[in-house]
Every structure is written in structure tokens, then in C-alpha cells.
Design a protein around this ligand. Sequence first.
Ligand code: GAL
Length: 685
Amino acid sequence: MSVVRGVDRVLFGGDYNPEQWPEHVWHDDARLMAIAGVNTVTLGVFSWSSIEPREGEYDFGWLDRVIDLMHAHGIGVVLATPTASPPPWFTKAHPEALNRTADGVQLVHGSRDVYDPSADAYRAAARRVATALGERYGRHEAVVAWHVHNEYGSVSYGPATDRRFREWLRARYGDLGRLNEAWWSAFWSQRYAEWDEILAPQATQYLPNPTQMLDFRRFSAEVLLECYREQAEILRALSPDVPLTTNFMLPTWLHFDHWDFGAEVDFVSIDHYSDSPGVEGAAHAAFGADQARSFARGRPWLLMEQGANVTQVPGRMLVKEPGEVIRTSLQHVARGSDGALFFQWRAPLAGAEVFHSSMVPHSGPDSRAFREMTELGRVLGRLTDVVAPPEGSDARVVTPRVAIAWEPDSWWALESASLPSDHFSLLASVRRAHRELWFAGVSADLVRLDDDPAALDAYDLLLVPSQLLATDEQAAGLDAWVRRGGHAVVWCFSGTVDADLHVRPGGYSGAFAETLGIRVEEPHPLPKGVAIAIEGGGSAHDWTEHVELRGASVVTRYAEGVLSGEPAITENRRGDGVATYVSAELDDATFTTVVTSALAAAGVRAEAPGAGGGVEVVRRHAGSGVVVAAINHTAETRTVTLRGTPIDLEGGADGADGADGPVVDGPVDLAPGAFVFLHEAPSPA
Ligand code: GAL
């Protein structure tokens, strides 16, 4: 069974916005959905003004008819609460509940996401519309999941935010003395004498207080979770059999703690929009998919949105090459998604996202885009077996042996303006590590270090990219795992500050210093564009450090400048494990060497001989077996060694059966863009 209620197929379809169209178009939609093999639509995401045209007055007639139409065609409905886009009446009635920017600008409706998530009136209106939807459709057979809100991510700096921020701070610190200490508020005369002196960090004269900024990020993430919880509580009561999700915008949504959200939804869902074309785009999709699965703690999840072709967002105007959308969808499925859904079904004729691609483009069904959708629907229809949840105690849908540490506190802390270099970005560092693994043919999970220290035992290698902030518990968990035999690679500037953003005195990398067997005495940030040589022909840029050995041995030294002859990369044998430290930002070739050496030392090989360099091989656990996917994203024929029974992907979406097999055991040639799925374990008779 898939992540949604009662569906044991790979979910295929997308956001459907019938409220933008006259009713006769709906019937054409249903006809085309049947042709494409669509089995799932997401309804109502931005329908608030159609559902509740005036405050407290509901119009469900159109929605009743659409849901019934979908149901009659065997299409499951993921029903959204429309709370991401309050209607114009909301602005008029509740101006105090609109969001205010850090510069003090009061926003009004005209786009979407115009509300202050801390405002009581917004919360009440959101609860009301969620209740009305839950009461009306909570037990409707067509509803297979609830899609709460859309891409939580709003942040506001108005009076309602100030009030809730203070409450949150009171709960965190208890008394002002402790807050003043955490915020180091004696600096620049910021000592607070009363709670109501505290404000959200709006625009100010010069550098803001970094701990206040970090706390505000933590608070804003918590507020969004509260908004979700309020609706979840209502829907769980009114619709107890229907699972709940909310779509995460990946991977850049900063005001959001994906781990916390992942623990509360019934299944994780994500929206993924590529940042690059071709093979790099495939690496990015794999990153999004691995993030999603990790935030789902290894369980199956759902790709809720992706672009069918062109994504109409500045900087993301990418055209997908023929076949690319099929390969990308299959990547997500191989990496644990129970479906491939799109934003959106039919292209609107106007509106802010008019040129964003759709499953049915402006040119209509006689188009490459729609033919590819039909082809994708057919292929996904052949992959039903993959949606069986994995059996067994370690029921992870994909089981990588490598993990990358991802900690929102460090993500936020590295956004601070008060750092010795503006070079650092946790997202960029994590992405660089993941990309390197992907090109080596190795899948990875993301982990939060203190989630469950024993969970690290699932991995042989852990990459820790610039985790600036580390708690004592995180450091102890990492150390114990290394001593038990783990291999860790820790990057520069990690472990430098504690949870209050206070520097750990005695040397940078303080939290991890013992594990790494080093002391970082001093950072040596480099001016932009300057690279200094390191032994072995590589170079360092942006950041270097003066590292003192405290038990570790030198792997590579700086070969130039004031640090010439000093350790650049070190290795510390500790207990049964090894901890490597990389004290600089490295050129690409040396970065690759560091990662590939760590993989070799930890005994991790590519998923199959021939995997890597743009050929993706992933094992998905499904039921009691394993389905292996091999996808060639390159423009050349590539050979991978595989073993299993190929799934026939050519049968018709009408269910016409094709025979699986014959069994392969050895090299398989994959033409440019080709893919194959195999049952690794014998198929059930
Ligand atoms: C998503 C969003 C959709 C649509 C899409 C366009 O992030 O959820 O509503 O805006 O982007 O790229």
C-alpha cells in the first residue's frame, strides 16, 4: 500500500485547479487524465476565495462536483486546506493579521502567503476553513490524503510575532537573566530589563545580535509547526482514516525545521524544482529525494510537485530535454517516493504563474509534454510492486551506508552576518558532499546528529560539512560512534560554537576537537579569488586554518603562504574508527579525493559496478524484496553490472500484461537516457 489511503499503485497526477475553468473543461480534464493514466489529483491548494467567498460563507457546490467527478473516474483526491492564500476579505477584515517585512512594510493581498502566522485572526480563520473542509469531506471515499496548507514558510515581524516570540523566549529561557546571558546582551548595551522590550529582529542600524537572530529562526520554524498542528488536530478528529501531509519546499526553505515537521506528518511530501539541466539536474533531484526520505526517517514519501517542463521562476527557467521528466520521476520513485506528481495539471491562461509548465500545456494534448506524461503514466503503471512498504525491523526504503549531517541550527547559524567569512553556507556544503557521492554512484541519507545516537550505527561513513554549531550531546554521540568503528570526515569551522552561539574557548572545532585529535588555534580566511597550494597539487580557497596536532596524523599539508608546512587535512584513529579533519575549502579535485578515500577506507563501494558518473543505481526495499533501478542520465551508452529479473515497463496503462524477464546477471548496456528496473529478489510466483 502507498503512503495515501487505499491506493496500491504509484501515484501519478498533479495539482488540479478546476476553479480556474468553466465546468465543461472539467470533463475534458477527466478524459485526458484517463488517457495519461492519472490516478491522483491535489485539489484546493489555493481555493480559499472560491470555498469561502465571504468570511464565514462557504460555497462547496463546485468542489462537491469536482470531487465526485474525480471519484467516478477512479482518481484519488489529495485534498488541501487553502490556508496559504487568504482571500481579499481577510486583508479588509484583519489588517493586523498580515505579515510585516523586517523593514516594517505591511503587506496586503495581491499575491499569496499574505498573513502573519502568529496572528490570532489568521489562526482562527485557518482553523475555521479546515474545520469546514474536514466536516464536509473528512469521510468522503475519494479523499486519499490531506494536504495541509502549501509550503509552510511565511515569516513576519509584526506585533503578533513580537508577542509570540516573547512567549517562546520565556518558555526557552525561563527568566530574563538567562536570556541576557545567552544573547550576550551586555555587548552594545542590549541588556533587557523587561520582556516587552524584546522585539523580533527587524531592520536595525548595523550588525544584529546573532543569538537573537538564531532564536528568531528557531521560533519562526516552531510557529509554522504550531500552525500545522492546529489544523492537523482538527482533521485527525474529523477524518481519522485519512493520512496527513504538508508539502516541503526543497531544498532551500530556510524558515522551516524539516526534521520536526517530518516527525509530525503521516508521510513526508516534497516539491522539487531542479536548479540545473541534464546530469547536474539529476544530481540535484537525487539530493531532494534523499533529503525527503531522510526527513521521513527512511520511510516512503511522496513527490508532491515537480515541473513538467519549463519552471517559470527567475533563475529556474529550465527546459527539460526529451525524456528528462520521465527519468527524474523515476529517480524519485527509486529513492522512496510513492509517486510522481506535478505542479500542475492544466496550464492556466493567465495569472502570476501563467508560463509555468503543466501536464497539459498551452498547446494542448497534442504536444511533446502531454505525450511524455502519457508515457510516464504508462511506465509508472508498470511499477506497482515498488510501493509495498519495506518489511523488517530496519524498515528503511533505501539503506545507504553513508550519511551527511544536516542540522538546521547550523544552517541558520551560518547565515549570521557575524562570521569571519561570508563564504560559508551549510546548504551549499551539504549539497557539495551529496553531489560528490552521487557522482561516485553512492546514495546517502541526511542525519540529525542528536536525533538518536544509535541511529548512526546504520552507517559506515558520516560526512560532517561545516557544522558550526554543535551541542555537547551531538559531539558525544559522534565520538562514541567513531570509537565503535565509524569513519567521520569533518569539515572546517565545525563545532566552534554551542547552542547559544557562544564560541567554545580554547580553540575552534572545540566540540569535535578530541574526536579529531586536533586543536584549531586560529582561522586564516582567504580573500576572494585567492588560492593557496596544498601538497599533492591541490589548493585551498576562501578558508584555511592553523591546526595543531593533538594525536592526529597529517594527511596533507599546506604548501604555500603563512601556513606552509602545517596540516591541512588530518586523520585521527580513535577506538575502532577514524576521524578525518579538513581544515580548508578545497578545490574540486582534492575534494573528490577526500571523499573517495573516505569511501574506500570505510569499505563503501558504488551501488553496482558501472554506477556513478551520471549513471544512477538505487536499491529500493519493497515488501520482502528489493527493486533495483538503473538510470543512465548521460549522453553515452554506459554499462552497469546488475542481477535480477527486469520489470517489463512496456505493457499498456490499461493493465495489459507484459512478461517480466529474462533474468539478467552481468553487464547491461544502457543507451543514453535509458533505464531499467529489476526485481533483485525472486518475484513472487
Ligand atoms: C511551488 C508551489 C506551487 C507553484 C510552483 C511553481 O513551490 O507550491 O504553488 O508556485 O512552486 O514553481
